[in-house]
Design a binder for this molecule. Structure first.
Ligand code: MN
Length: 132
């Protein structure tokens, strides 16, 4: 075994996120492992664009209040200690509630490319969609 070097905190790119988002890569081991874990830090009101994961994604909130939305218009709130599973291929977004920072762990597996990219990104989440 070997201790993984700490990687610098990275800014969430503007083509994937609305508002200020920073993330730390906690685990991204080499093949044949497929595990990915990021700690993602959202400023109040910040959120992802619409996207989906080929193998699904688990979210676990560690700080603040999260909002997670799906294409059926449902928006759920998650508090610290709560977890959510997003099924493979389900379009969704996640972010902070309007008046608080939020940090979650994002846990997913990368695919082998045969079912498309690991994460497919689409358009920005509107304020109406964010408000549910
Ligand atoms: Mn996601």
């Amino acid at each position: 075994m070997e201790i993984t070097p700490r990687t610098p905190t990275q800014k969430g790119p503007a083509e994937w996120f609305t508002g200020d988002v920073w993330f730390d890569v906690l685990a991204a081991p080499p093949v044949p492992a497929t595990l990915r874990v990021n700690a993602v830090h959202f400023a109040p009101g910040a959120r992802t664009f619409w996207h989906r994961h080929v193998k699904g994604q688990a979210l676990h909130v560690t700080e603040g209040v999260a909002r997670v939305g799906t294409r059926d218009g449902e928006v759920v709130l998650l508090l610290p200690g709560e977890s959510l599973w997003i099924a493979p291929g389900e379009w969704h977004w996640h972010g902070a509630a309007p008046k608080t920072f939020m940090t979650h762990l994002a846990m997913w597996e990368v695919g082998d490319g045969t079912h498309g990219p690991d994460t497919e990104w689409a358009e920005k989440v509107t304020d109406d969609q964010y408000d549910g």
